[in-house]
Write a protein that binds this ligand. Sequence first.
Ligand SMILES: *[C@@H]1O[C@H](CO)[C@@H](O)[C@H](O)[C@H]1NC(C)=O
Ligand SMILES: *[C@@H]1O[C@H](CO)[C@@H](O)[C@H](O)[C@H]1NC(C)=O
Ligand SMILES: *[C@@H]1O[C@H](CO)[C@@H](O)[C@H](O)[C@H]1NC(C)=O
Ligand SMILES: *[C@@H]1O[C@H](CO)[C@@H](O)[C@H](O)[C@H]1NC(C)=O
Ligand SMILES: *[C@@H]1O[C@H](CO)[C@@H](O)[C@H](O)[C@H]1NC(C)=O
Ligand SMILES: *[C@@H]1O[C@H](CO)[C@@H](O)[C@H](O)[C@H]1NC(C)=O
Ligand SMILES: *[C@@H]1O[C@H](CO)[C@@H](O)[C@H](O)[C@H]1NC(C)=O
Ligand SMILES: *[C@@H]1O[C@H](CO)[C@@H](O)[C@H](O)[C@H]1NC(C)=O
Length: 293
Amino acid sequence: STPLLYLCLLLVPCLLLLEEAHAAHHGGISLRSQHMALLHWKATLANPPLQMSSWEENTSPCNWTGIMCTAVRHGRRMPWVVTNISLPDAGIHGQLGELNFSALPFLAYLDLHNNNLHGKIPANISSLSSLSFLDLRFNHLKGKIPVELGGLQSLTRLGLSFNRLTGHIPASLGNLTILTDLLIHQTMVSGPIPEEIGRLVNLQTLQLSNSTLRGLIPKVIGNLTQLNALALFGNQLSGPIPQELGRLVRLQILQLNSNAFSGPIAISITNLTKMNTLFLYINQITGSIPLEQ
Ligand SMILES: *[C@@H]1O[C@H](CO)[C@@H](O)[C@H](O)[C@H]1NC(C)=O
Ligand SMILES: *[C@@H]1O[C@H](CO)[C@@H](O)[C@H](O)[C@H]1NC(C)=O
Ligand SMILES: *[C@@H]1O[C@H](CO)[C@@H](O)[C@H](O)[C@H]1NC(C)=O
Ligand SMILES: *[C@@H]1O[C@H](CO)[C@@H](O)[C@H](O)[C@H]1NC(C)=O
Ligand SMILES: *[C@@H]1O[C@H](CO)[C@@H](O)[C@H](O)[C@H]1NC(C)=O
Ligand SMILES: *[C@@H]1O[C@H](CO)[C@@H](O)[C@H](O)[C@H]1NC(C)=O
Ligand SMILES: *[C@@H]1O[C@H](CO)[C@@H](O)[C@H](O)[C@H]1NC(C)=O
Ligand SMILES: *[C@@H]1O[C@H](CO)[C@@H](O)[C@H](O)[C@H]1NC(C)=O
């Protein structure tokens, strides 16, 4: 579909054709199958919350609390498809694995933060190929961060903080090159910060704090020049604080405290003129703070 893609650069209406091709690829778009998938998920929840009382067999899911639809062109029709699920703070007690992701090919926005989701993040979440926003913070998710999340290349925000996730941070997250926010604070992830993090050049907020990460800060972190907040505190990171941090001239918040960093503070830190919060306590840093600026 490369010629089609070229045309689309010239003609905005062509985008609708692309959407149609996308729909065809997913075996058609029936609101009915999206409806069924959502109702099935509700049926698996321990005690469906009040917010979900509008989720019923005989009403359109586009009218349900927490659901948003968008009309997409499909042949001569403009069917509605589910694009948003937004039910934060709803007391949802259940598993993500019960939500049939393959029935939701147009889902762009999934916000389930601050619920009681348990079990694993299923690998097949990667079938949500349109997903740009995924917020699962403040739940009870356990197991590894699936490598397959690296396939969700439209993601701009990935929030996994405050869960019981274990294992390493997968290198595949380095494929999420349009991410602006990567939030993996207060989990049980371990191992090193992957070098591939240096590919996330659009990141503005990176939180990998309060977990059990070890090893050095990769020098490639100096490539993340859009960063305005970097939180690596509360881990077992060690070695020197790399000079390359001096390239992050937009940084306002830098929290490296409560690790095992050693050596002097890099002089390049005086480059960070926007910085208003710098936490370095509880490390083995020697020498004095460079006081140039
Ligand atoms: C949504 O609800 C409104 C009013 O409550 C109703 O008029 C409309 O027909 C409903 N739409 C669908 C698709 O069910
Ligand atoms: C996705 O994975 C979960 C957990 O592994 C499984 O229970 C579910 O049936 C899978 N769903 C689909 C649509 O393949
Ligand atoms: C999930 O949805 C797809 C697409 O509608 C369907 O083909 C499949 O049978 C569903 N899977 C389950 C386990 O219901
Ligand atoms: C719906 O999703 C879009 C992105 O796909 C997002 O911009 C918008 O804020 C979402 N709306 C709601 C009400 O969640
Ligand atoms: C993502 O990144 C990994 C490791 O960096 C790579 O092996 C993989 O092929 C990439 N592609 C996708 C779609 O995940
Ligand atoms: C980080 O963890 C410590 C110890 O468990 C806790 O006291 C602190 O509140 C946490 N910080 C944040 C910002 O969650
Ligand atoms: C990323 O950083 C490394 C080492 O700091 C450097 O060699 C490389 O050229 C950088 N890549 C980009 C795309 O800026
Ligand atoms: C300081 O910032 C400038 C960009 O404003 C950059 O070119 C330079 O490499 C930085 N210096 C250090 C020591 O990182």
